[in-house]
Ligand binder design. Structure first.
Ligand SMILES: [Zn+2]
Length: 126
């Protein structure tokens, strides 16, 4: 019907990967939906949270699970905009989640023999 030909001209220059693609709110690159974290806004509290199952109702914002993209998005206040928030939003929960991802990533390849499971207990933080 009202389809403008101009919007279709650059269709073929991006090879389509398999699966649905979303744009990262941070770096604005496109990535597979399954490679991105989905953020949702809780309207009643104005808190943005990570939708781990990627199936919460409502609008979602997509972000690579990397601190870089989060920082970019935060600096540009792109998350609130992507979620069509009426006012400022709290992204504490998202920042905490990303911190956890980083921790897990840097924790994973531990092959130091000193931290074997031999009754070694981490020190409490009291
Ligand atoms: Zn990104």
């Amino acid at each position: 019907m009202g389809t403008r030909p101009e919007s279709m001209t650059r269709r073929s220059d991006t090879p389509t990967p398999t699966g649905p693609v979303r744009t990262c709110t941070g770096c604005r690159k496109r990535a597979l939906r399954s490679d991105l974290a989905r953020l949702v806004l809780d309207d009643s509290t104005s808190r943005v949270e990570v939708d781990q199952a990627r199936c919460a109702p409502g609008r979602g914002a997509w972000l690579h699970p990397s601190r870089e993209c989060l920082d970019l998005a935060l600096r540009r206040r792109a998350i609130g905009r992507a979620l069509r928030a009426a006012g400022p939003v709290s992204t504490d929960a998202v920042v905490a989640w990303f911190d956890q991802q980083e921790l897990r990533a840097s924790d994973a390849p531990v092959d130091e023999s000193s931290t074997k499971k031999a009754g070694w207990k981490p020190m409490g933080t009291r």
